[in-house]
Design a binder for this molecule. Sequence first.
Ligand code: NAD
Length: 312
Amino acid sequence: MKIIIAGAGAMGSRFGLMLHQSGNEVILVDGWEDHIKAINENGLKANFNGEEVVAELKAFHKDHLDVNFDADLVIVFTKAMQLDGMMQSIKSLLHNETKVLCLLNGIGHEEVIEKYVPLNNILLGNTMWTAGMVGPGEVKLFGNGSVDLQNLAPGQEGIAKEVAEVLTEAGLNAKYADNILYSIYKKACVNGTMNGLCTILDVNMAGFGETQEADAIVEAIVSEFAAVAKVEGVVLDVPEVLAQIKGCYNRETIGEHFPSMHQDLITNNRLTEIDYINGAVARKGLKYDIATPYCTFLTQLVHVKEQILGAK
Ligand code: NAD
């Protein structure tokens, strides 16, 4: 398959590298000059489960796309706030048959992608893979993961299954899901509680979960997610979602980790994806006339913190 990775940071590099290694024709498109230069000069370097790997991939700057590439598939892996700009930049490379797979965290990305490609060509998914940047041209890829994905328009299951197969052949362990919006909302509830709260409070997930107020705050946030999801036909199993969130407090497993938003803002001084998690619920709440005070307040607090820290 001819594949464009649109947004080749940590996750885009993982998917690009693994799909390249399994024989697909892959190009990377990104906006980070130093990263693109390093990849084109030295290849994409990865510490891949402890082994040093170099992949000879070509990287292009999104604003100077002097390439002819008849893509079958685009996998978008920007941060949520960069998605629209990236779609705008690559639109000259999209044709009637190009499929776009979105695995970003957060909700509502289909509304952005739909401005550039027909609904029939959009695939949405969730991934449990992780990845980290070491520096320009270099990533750290550890552990295992999986991908669940589904077509957004009815009747396009064949395409979604074909893409899942290509990902699986690359070792990405993908499967067709028949209710992807449910999984996306469920994951957004975990991110919509752990990410913003642990970032603002500067605490790991166990540290937050062990406080007396944790349950009440988490339940209030999840009830706001559940109320807007319901209007969109997604009925969340709230006790199941709460159990998954509370599982994050376990010190024996992942409780001592800080969520990715904490790393973005507190460690790396980067802007967060809060507008596409709690912020998205607040916007949907306004649209559907549902009160979302917790999501609104948490979104505001994270933006205040971004400004205090001068995040970019
Ligand atoms: P990332 O920050 O590594 O990359 C996103 C974009 O930011 C890329 O275009 C990258 O080149 C650019 N970028 C990264 N560091 C930069 C720097 N120092 N200077 C300038 N530009 C820089 O993002 P990611 O972790 O690959 O995440 C992409 C999407 O996948 C997000 O929606 C995220 O929530 C989701 N996600 C990430 C992980 C993970 O483990 N990283 C896991 C699951 C889902």
